[in-house]
Design a protein around this ligand. Structure first.
Ligand code: SAM
Ligand code: ZN
Length: 303
């Protein structure tokens, strides 16, 4: 049997991701030929190419988001994360998030998309969850521990993870507060969350309103801000750090699938360095720094 075939069996999925449990009753799962079976209620979760489908029964609320994300996955793969300068921008962004915490222990990438975090976190520690099978099919080219699931209803046992990353997920959700409560549940005591999300500001509000009317976004999309994010987090987490980021480099370099401007800029290597340096300066200037496109928050789970 080839290595891939071994990695794809239901038994190996449970070995790789021992934190998986039944969504209905939180009971252990047992491996069987066609999937993972709940030892208590008997529900079977099918698996495909080593990825278990752990979605709840009421998924119609998410149908539009799934359709949009399945389509956008191809754009991410062929445009956003293929462009050299977007890659540079997103590597900086991901690095900024991962540098805020220790990368020991078990790590959840909630709304993992194409799996960018796997470039910086050892694959055997990392579990990626996303609601789009097209995103996961592509993430699977980088690492194995992937789950088709819903961030508002995580299929993991209580206290499973040391860190949860949440990169540009919350503003996609109908109920971000439910996803935050779920992350609190699946993190260990003193576990940490690192999120990157939108920051509604003078710079971002109008362009985002225009972008959200396009076909990259479902109707659930929000332009969250610091106050809203703090409101979701503070019932369950103590906020340790807030950092505003993304001013000029963010729209020009980060999203070539939507903003097609940087390709016309001359002397790209120099321009890219200058834009990123300018953003770094702006993120330190009082009053100006709050007018960013994005925000990072690091927080620790309350007991
Ligand atoms: C903007 S993308 C970010 C992807 C990845 N974290 C990154 O930074 O490249 C948002 C991701 O959230 C996923 N998503 C949206 N709603 C979700 C939900 N209810 N549960 C899990 N994932 C969801 C989408 O499929 C998409 O991959
Ligand atoms: Zn069950």
């Amino acid at each position: 049997m080839s290595e891939t075939a071994v990695a794809d069996t239901s038994a190996s999925i449970l070995q790789r991701m021992p934190e998986l449990v039944c969504l209905k009753c939180q009971a252990d799962l047992a491996a069987q030929d066609d999937g993972l079976r709940c030892a208590a209620c008997g529900r079977v979760y099918p698996t495909d190419a080593g990825i278990p489908t752990m979605l709840g029964e009421e998924m119609s609320r998410f149908a539009e988001e799934i359709a949009v994300q399945d389509r956008v996955a191809l754009e991410y793969e062929s445009k956003r994360y293929k462009d050299e300068y977007a890659q540079r921008y997103h590597a900086w962004w991901t690095d900024r998030m991962t540098s805020k915490v220790s990368l020991d222990g078990r790590i959840l990438d909630n709304g993992c998309g194409l799996g960018l975090l796997a470039e910086q976190i050892s694959a055997d520690r990392l579990v990626g969850l996303d609601i789009s099978s097209e995103m996961l099919t592509r993430a699977r080219q980088t690492y194995d521990n992937l789950v088709l699931g819903n961030s508002q209803e995580l299929p993991f046992r209580d206290g499973s993870f040391d860190v949860a990353f949440c990169r540009s997920l919350l503003h996609h959700l109908p109920e971000p507060e439910t996803a935050v409560r779920e992350m609190h549940r699946v993190l260990r005591p003193n576990g940490q969350i690192v999120l990157a999300d939108t920051n509604a500001s003078l710079l971002s509000t109008l362009p985002r309103r225009i972008a959200y009317s396009g076909d990259h976004f479902s109707d659930d999309h929000k332009n969250l801000n610091r106050r809203m994010l703090e409101g979701y987090l503070t019932p369950h987490f103590t906020i340790d750090e807030i950092e505003y980021f993304g001013y000029i480099a963010y729209p020009l370099m980060g999203f070539p699938d939507m903003v097609r401007v940087f390709r016309f800029v001359p002397f790209k290597p120099i321009a890219a360095r200058a834009l990123m340096a300018t953003d770094a300066v702006l993120s330190n200037i009082p009053l100006i720094r709050t007018q960013s496109w994005g925000i990072f928050i690091k927080a620790t789970r309350k007991a």
